[in-house]
Design a protein around this ligand. Structure first.
Ligand SMILES: [Fe+2]
Ligand SMILES: [Fe+2]
Length: 169
């Protein structure tokens, strides 16, 4: 029987696809800046986004769902692309939970080409806090995995060690 860790590991070809898209986004956008911003607990926004994108792919693999994998990875990597530290007191950060999907989408559209699925994912990932539900399968997967990762991060136990090693290669 497989362990949870084994279940959550992507097949080699999917892991390679994930790394390729991650590297492209790192080149084309300012995603790297998210490393300076704390997301939850001790996890920075960049690590959060990498983990969410990776585990979106893992969930799809476990459930054998047919999705647009490229959009799933890109949309998940950019879902929190708001580029500020929401813990810092600033008027522009008010109502962060409600407003950051729109800010992230605006930034993403400024820095790269965003398709309809990626737009749906970024815009609706905070559902049900923001009232409009996701429309695509990819956005539903993101909505669930984002919440699971956020809960994990709030427990502050450990960070995503394997994933940080993976993206460093
Ligand atoms: Fe978010
Ligand atoms: Fe998130």
């Amino acid at each position: 029987m497989k362990s949870i860790k084994e279940y959550l590991k992507l097949e080699e070809s999917k892991e390679q696809k994930f790394l390729k898209l991650y590297q492209e986004i790192m080149q084309d956008t300012r995603l790297e800046e998210m490393e300076a911003c704390i997301q939850h607990g001790r996890t920075d926004c960049l690590s959060h986004s990498i983990a969410v994108a990776y585990y979106c792919m893992a969930l799809v693999q476990i459930l054998s769902l047919r999705v647009d994998e490229q959009s799933l990875i890109r949309g998940a990597l950019l879902h929190d692309y708001f580029l500020y530290d929401w813990h810092q007191k600033d008027k522009s950060h008010s109502l962060h939970g409600f407003r950051h999907p729109a800010t992230s989408l605006r930034n993403a559209k400024r820095d790269t080409r965003i398709n309809r699925i990626e737009e749906d994912m970024i815009k609706h990932h905070m559902f049900p806090l923001t009232l409009q539900p996701p429309k695509s399968k990819e956005a539903v997967v993101l909505c669930l995995v984002d919440k699971a990762c956020s809960i994990y991060e709030l427990r502050r136990i450990k960070r995503y060690r394997r994933l940080s090693r993976l993206v460093m290669v």
